[in-house]
Every structure is written in structure tokens, then in C-alpha cells.
Design a protein around this ligand. Structure first.
Ligand SMILES: Nc1ncnc2c1ncn2[C@@H]1O[C@H](COP(=O)(O)OP(=O)(O)OP(=O)(O)O)[C@@H](O)[C@H]1O
Ligand SMILES: [Mg+2]
Length: 360
């Protein structure tokens, strides 16, 4: 039997201003609450959320349940189910790409694990339930096809490139177009053309996240990207030792120069857990990136340990299976989760209305 004060209306009312994890607006007001059932002081609600916010669904469900319990103390139990509430991405400017967030993964230094971390981020977001594209912008040394284990060729259909789909990820790489081992000499304008084609002429579909694996070194590609579309921002990957950190600082400065926001830093190869004795070894030192991020006022997204299995899986084209290792999984999940948390809170901080100081 439903209590007088405990009914569908009171539950609905309590959720009016509970913030949607993507938009920050009240989910009750936006019609995202359905099927409220109350029985024996137990409430069940169906919550409509977007796939963009999929990495935050678990957190949102538990926050919503505790919010309901504290608003309606008669409730003894709350069960929250989620259904996908689609809110497709708007096309980005002239490029026509439909993605809610476009994130470049870069570093100042080569070989620190950018491509690996870009793939891990893409797999992590996809595993959570988001729609994810992975674009390999390293046209000189594309390594995404190798890491994800495919040599399929994209086909062209009605003048649009059909990207390769691997493990549910939509992927595009120069590696699909040139035979392995063959070198291509790129001139600046051709480079610009290739990246433009990847973004504009590829049927990416409707994406929540497009992750872009950047080449090492110079800012050419970053400049091209920043001219083509408003990037949501960049993730900078570095290893903990001082020499690598110096390069990461340069990368942050480079992104700043081309007006790309730095969304966070990831410390890769942060420590090594010996598979035999379980002891932790800080091969390159530890915590350096975290300290540097704090110094530079850049969010720290997390650390990814040096893991022999991850290197082997990368070489075998199964980098996505890194999530199967229980010791690594929490680290891998955390970087994607922290990235999305930061994106969402940034989005919410954006004033929807001009501030009073502007109107004065
Ligand atoms: N956390 C890790 N544990 C073990 N091996 C790793 C880890 N991260 C990356 N690697 C390995 O390090 C090597 C270099 O990684 P990756 O190709 O991702 O670096 P990169 O920064 O993209 O390189 P480049 O600058 O050439 O583009 C690969 O063999 C990869 O499998
Ligand atoms: Mg790379």
C-alpha cells in the first residue's frame, strides 16, 4: 500500500531538480523519470539518460537513490533502472561531424603510450555504453590498426568513407589505406588534406566521443585540427620521470598556443607491480605527473601502471582486452571516468545566460 505522502507525485517532485549528468538540468522537469512504482515503502523508477553520460550512470543511480531516501524518509528502499534517452549530437560547423565531444590525445614525447591510452580511453567509454569513434591522426606512423588488431580497408560509399568498425568502435586510420611497412612522404598541405578527409568525409555516424590519437612531436596536426573544428580539448599523456615531464609541459604549452583546452594529464607507466612478488616498483619514479598537473593547474586523470600484459596485448592487436586484467581494470576505467566527470562539470560551469557584469 502506498503511503499518503509517499506516492508517485512526491517521488516525481523530489526528482524535479535532480541534475541530469550530461546537461545539469533537472531530470524531473525534463521528463526523464518514468514508471514510478511504490510498494511496501520501496520505490522503483526508470530514469532516461543519454549514452554520453553512460560512464556516469552508476554514480548517478546511487546519488539519485540516496537523494530520494533523504527527501522521503519513509522510503526504505530505492531501485533505479536506466533506459537510453537519445539526444543526438549536433553537427559541428562546416565539417558536419556529429560528435558531442572531440578529444585529442597527445604528448610532447614519442613512445610514452599515447596510442595505447587513446585506445584504452575509447574502449573504456565504449564499454561503459557510449558511442565512440577512434581516429588515428598519426599519418606518419599509424599504430591504432596494429593495437586493435585489424587490417580491414574502409570502403567508399556515395563519396563518403565508411570507417572500419572494431569491437563496436568506429575507427579510421591512414594505416588502413597504406600497405604496412610502406613509407609516405607528406607535405604540409597533404597532411592537412588527409586529416580534413578523415573528419569531414568519413561517415562517423552519431558519436558521443571522438578520440583522436595524435602523432608525437610538432604541433602541425594540432594546428590543423584546431582550424577544422572546435575541439573539446586534449589529454596529455606522460611518464613520471623529469625528462618526460619537461616534454609534457611543452605539449601543454603547444595546445595552449593553438587554443586547445587541456582536459587532463594521464601518467602512463606510473609503476610496475611485479607479477611474481606483487611488490610495487616505481621504475620511472612516481607521482611526478600528478605534482606537475597540480603545479600547472591541469586536472590529473589518473595513472596507468606499466604492465607486461598490456604490452603483449598491444602487440597482439588486443589492447581492448587489457580491461580483462583485474589488477589493471580499475586504473583503466578511472581515466575515462575522470575525463567524463571533468567534461560534465565544465559544461555545467558554462553560464547559460550572460552574467550580470556583462549586462551592467
Ligand atoms: N602501461 C603500459 N604498460 C606496458 N606497456 C605499455 C604501456 N603503455 C604503452 N605500452 C607499450 O609501449 C609501447 C609504445 O606505446 P604507444 O605506441 O602507445 O606509444 P606512443 O606514445 O603512441 O608512441 P608514438 O610516439 O610512436 O606514437 C607499445 O609497445 C605499448 O604496448
Ligand atoms: Mg602513437
Amino acid at each position: 500500500m502506498a503511503d499518503e505522502a509517499l506516492n508517485q507525485q512526491s517521488v516525481q517532485k523530489a526528482l524535479e531538480d535532480f541534475p541530469d549528468p550530461e546537461t545539469g538540468r533537472g531530470i524531473g522537469r525534463l521528463g526523464q523519470i518514468h514508471n514510478i512504482h511504490i510498494e511496501d515503502h520501496k520505490a522503483t523508477v526508470l530514469l532516461g539518460l543519454t549514452t554520453y553520460s553512460a560512464p556516469l550512470w552508476e554514480k548517478t543511480k546511487s546519488e539519485l537513490a540516496s537523494h530520494l531516501r533523504s527527501s522521503l524518509p519513509q522510503l526504505s528502499d530505492v531501485a533505479v533502472n536506466v533506459e537510453v534517452h537519445d539526444r543526438p549530437a549536433e553537427k559541428i560547423g562546416e565539417i558536419g561531424l556529429a560528435a558531442k565531444a572531440v578529444i585529442a590525445v597527445g604528448s610532447g614525447k614519442g613512445g610514452v603510450g599515447k596510442s595505447t591510452i587513446a585506445a584504452i580511453l575509447a574502449y573504456g567509454l565504449k564499454r561503459a555504453g557510449a558511442r565512440v569513434g577512434l581516429m588515428d591522426a598519426d599519418v606518419y606512423g599509424p599504430s591504432i590498426p596494429h593495437l586493435i588488431g585489424t587490417n580491414q580497408r574502409p570502403v567508399v560509399h556515395e563519396n563518403r568513407i565508411q570507417p572500419v568498425v572494431v569491437d563496436g568502435l568506429t575507427v579510421m586510420s591512414m594505416g588502413f589505406l597504406i600497405p604496412p611497412g610502406e613509407a609516405v612522404v607528406w607535405r604540409g598541405p597533404m597532411l592537412h588534406g588527409a586529416i580534413t578527409q578523415f573528419l569531414r568525409d568519413t561517415d562517423w555516424g552519431n558519436l558521443d566521443y571522438l578520440i583522436i590519437d595524435m602523432p608525437p612531436g610538432t604541433g602541425d596536426i594540432a594546428l590543423t585540427l584546431s582550424q577544422l573544428l572546435p575541439l573539446t580539448g586534449a589529454v596529455v599523456v606522460c611518464t613520471p620521470q623529469d625528462v618526460a615531464l619537461l616534454d609534457a609541459i611543452k605539449a601543454i604549452a603547444m595546445f595552449g598556443k593553438v587554443n586547445i583546452d587541456v582536459l587532463g594529464m594521464v601518467e602512463n607507466m606510473s609503476h610496475f607491480i611485479c607479477p611474481e612478488c606483487n611488490a610495487r616498483h616505481d621504475i620511472f619514479g612516481s607521482g611526478g605527473a600528478k605534482r606537475k598537473a597540480a603545479e600547472l593547474n591541469v586536472p590529473f586523470l589518473g595513472e596507468v601502471p606499466l604492465n607486461i600484459a598490456m604490452r603483449i596485448l598491444g602487440d597482439e592487436g588486443k589492447v581492448g582486452s587489457s580491461f580483462d586484467d583485474e589488477a589493471s581494470r580499475p586504473y583503466l576505467d578511472a581515466i575515462g571516468l575522470n575525463l567524463v566527470k571533468n567534461l560534465v562539470s565544465k559544461h555545467r560551469q558554462k553560464p547559460a545566460m550572460p552574467s550580470l557584469s556583462v549586462l551592467k
